[in-house]
Design a protein around this ligand. Structure first.
Ligand SMILES: Cc1cc2nc3c(=O)[nH]c(=O)nc-3n(C[C@H](O)[C@H](O)[C@H](O)COP(=O)(O)OP(=O)(O)OC[C@H]3O[C@@H](n4cnc5c(N)ncnc54)[C@H](O)[C@@H]3O)c2cc1C
Length: 414
């Protein structure tokens, strides 16, 4: 595919930008592939890209039932950070964060990575202690984070009400190289680069059944006909349980709607990501000026892709206490995505009880930040049978009781 560059923009300007080729090929599905990835979100597309790029496995298809990035990848609030407590988590999220730094150049697609810094506010003594523990762990893991004072928090986020009333800011955990990226561009960039390496990106192709024989997987049934393969990777986030059932096994995953909202656009007031986990709300400001606000997850399992109405009120009410200026803002729109939650709030990457089928799921409310690292590690696991980064996240940990507990450890979503 032609490279995107300033010269290409200038050249195409002469023809009123009418001659750009499509960003990726949309071929008819072949009857057989060496490997099939189900799910055209960030994780599925990154897996396909690294299979082709790092391991030379290019006869690969990505099957997406609707459009690329139409799942959670295009619905999240784009926070990227790697300040997790447990070593396996820190390893995969830091691998991802590091890859994000140069992903635009790697993919020749501007994913608008913005390492603007992520500040996690400590608003109780317990939270401050937990963040001090995380900072120590991060130092041992080689991840640059620091505990900052309330005064420094106020310098970083001038609209912050550090004095309370119910939850004064006692300090914060600051990761200066955390930030955001344009979420749909991540999906599009991986799709374009994978397509360029020979991967078939097939949208509007829903997998409706999984075929197996005594030796394992043999192929999939789709709305565009059957396709044979001996290697299948299921990467469908909130629909993981549905696909696992088709393959004949069960997952320790629950699906719930998680929602987000944006305000009307205003002049720049905040140039980092700030998370207030005690009151449960977090914010960043988009290039358009909207405040991008993360809301809560529904307290019951569902596939609605909307989220319950009361969360909008709860989230905004919580944030007004810590950021009083937003009390006069109108909220413009709200949306939801179906997230796949595991009990320890860590992902599942690895083989399944059906030979030839791998799964990548369980990213829950925080998998956008992991996309490059997850794709890298999942591809390595499929190609080599094992991978040191993906290894600890295998499905067997639930049978062995070997949790990678980030829910209690970090007490933070996203
Ligand atoms: C409101 C919200 C806010 C979030 N905020 C953050 C954040 O700030 N930071 C962060 O790191 N993470 C965040 N997340 C989580 C993050 O978005 C997800 O963990 C991540 O996008 C999951 O990517 P994925 O590729 O696994 O899944 P998806 O992007 O959901 O892709 C899965 C794809 O599989 C397809 N599919 C499903 N069934 C089939 C089938 N039968 N056949 C073919 N295709 C199928 C779907 O159509 C979908 O496109 C948030 C999520 C939500 C909903």
């Amino acid at each position: 595919m032609a490279r995107y560059s300033v010269f290409a923009i200038a050249r195409h300007a002469a023809s009123w930008h009418q001659g750009w080729e499509k960003a990726w090929r949309s071929p008819e599905p072949k009857s057989e592939y060496d490997a099939i990835v189900i799910g055209g979100g960030g994780h599925g597309l990154a897996t396909a890209y690294y299979l082709a790029k790092n391991h030379g496995i290019r006869n690969v298809a990505v099957l997406e039932k609707s459009w690329l990035g139409g799942g959670n990848t295009g619905r999240n609030t784009t926070i990227i950070r790697s300040n997790y407590l447990r070593d396996p988590s820190a390893a995969i999220y830091e691998l991802a964060r590091g890859l994000y730094e140069t992903l635009s150049q790697e993919l020749n697609f501007n994913i608008m990575f913005s390492p603007r810094g992520v500040l996690m506010l400590a608003q109780t003594e317990h939270e401050l202690r937990a963040y001090k523990r995380t900072e120590s762990a991060n130092r041992a893991q080689g991840i640059a984070t620091e505990i900052v004072s309330p005064e420094r928090c106020r310098e970083i986020v001038p609209i912050l009400n550090v004095a309370g009333p119910r939850y004064p800011v006692l300090g914060g955990l600051w990761q200066a190289r955390g930030g955001t990226a344009r979420h749909d561009a991540v999906a599009w960039g991986y799709a374009r680069a994978a397509s360029d390496l020979g991967v078939d990106i097939i949208q509007g192709c829903e997998v409706t059944g999984i075929d197996r024989d005594a030796n394992g997987v043999t192929g999939v049934q789709t709305t565009r006909g059957p396709i044979r393969t001996r290697k299948l990777c299921i990467v469908v986030a909130g629909h993981s349980g549905v696909l696992a059932e088709m393959a004949g096994f069960r997952l320790p995953v629950e699906s719930v709607a998680l929602q987000a909202l944006v305000s009307e656009p205003i002049k720049p007031v905040i140039d980092c990501v700030v998370m207030a986990n005690t009151v449960h709300g977090y914010m960043s400001q988009s290039d358009k000026g909207e405040l991008v606000i993360g809301g809560g997850a529904d307290g019951f399992n569902n596939y609605t892709q909307r989220g319950s109405f009361q969360h909008v009120e709860e989230t905004v009410r919580a944030l007004v206490e810590t950021f009083p200026i937003i009390s006069r803002l109108r909220m413009l729109r709200q949306w939801g995505g179906i997230v796949d939650m595991t009990g320890d709030r860590s992902p599942i990457i690895g083989p399944t009880p059906v030979p030839g089928i791998w799964i990548n799921c369980g990213w829950g409310t925080g998998g956008f930040k992991a996309i490059p690292g997850s794709g890298w590690a999942t591809a390595a696991m499929i190609a080599n049978g094992e991978d040191p980064v993906a290894g600890p996240f295998g499905l067997e940990r639930f049978r062995e009781g070997r949790m990678i507990d980030e829910s209690v450890a970090a007490a933070v979503a996203h």
